[in-house]
Design a protein around this ligand. Structure first.
Ligand code: PRT
Ligand code: ZN
Length: 185
């Protein structure tokens, strides 16, 4: 696909949205919000900003609808099994978090093998499966699209694998981190 203007996909709203725009502004680019919520225009460079859900960014870049995207490594890696996953070109240093395994405070944890036969709730089933496979652990992965931290209280899973930044969400749900699966930004 050939275009006159570079198209950059970024999160429309959420944790990465404002910092992604700040990055452009700090590069001296003038972001014109205009009336079109889907597409912002850079006035002083041939760049358009496509504003979408973060989960759609890898597909938009893989399909050539956008030339570049700003997205969490966690979202990118979750699609790695997919041959059309785009390539990481640069780390941007914001949105830092870690994908961690966490269990109810009282539970004792003696290493990955303690997870054999355990049900683990996560929004990142591929990343988690790769982590468990590499350690020879056979656990049951429960795929949830949100509110992963409530799974143990609901009796849906004994352990969760979720993104953590301050740790406040784990604490509020009586969970303690036991392993780091990946670092992200
Ligand atoms: O609407 P859209 O689909 O675009 O957004 P989203 O809701 O899927 O994503 P969003 O905005 O929540 O997160 C976008 C990206 O920010 C993620 O893919 C990560 O790369 C990054 N990021 C950084 C985080 C966090 N920190 C984070 N703390 N994403 C999510 N969280 C959540 C986490 O899932 C948990 O619910 O925040 C909670 C934990 O936070 P603490 O501070 O209590 O530990
Ligand atoms: Zn999302």
């Amino acid at each position: 696909m050939s275009r006159e203007r570079l198209r950059l996909a970024m999160q429309k709203s959420g944790r990465l949205a404002e910092q992604s725009l700040d990055l452009l502004r700090s590069a001296g680019l003038t972001v014109n919000k205009g009336a079109n919520e889907l597409l912002y225009r850079i006035d002083n460079a041939p760049i358009d900003v496509l504003r979408v859900r973060d989960d759609d960014i890898p597909t938009l870049v893989a399909d050539g609808v956008a030339d570049l995207g700003i997205v969490g490594l966690n979202v990118l890696e979750e699609r790695e099994a997919n041959a059309r996953a785009p390539r990481e070109v640069m780390r941007l240093g914001f949105g830092r978090c870690a994908l961690k395994l966490a269990a109810p405070e009282k539970a004792s944890y003696a290493g990955p093998h303690a997870l054999d036969g355990v049900r683990i709730a996560t929004s990142y089933p591929h990343i988690l499966a790769r982590f468990l496979d590499a350690r020879g652990v056979r656990a049951e992965i429960v795929h949830m699209h949100g509110a992963v931290e409530v799974a143990p209280r609901l009796g849906l899973a004994q352990v969760v694998c979720d993104l953590v930044s301050t740790g406040a969400t784990l604490e509020a749900n009586g969970l303690s981190a036991v392993e780091t699966v990946m670092h992200s930004e």
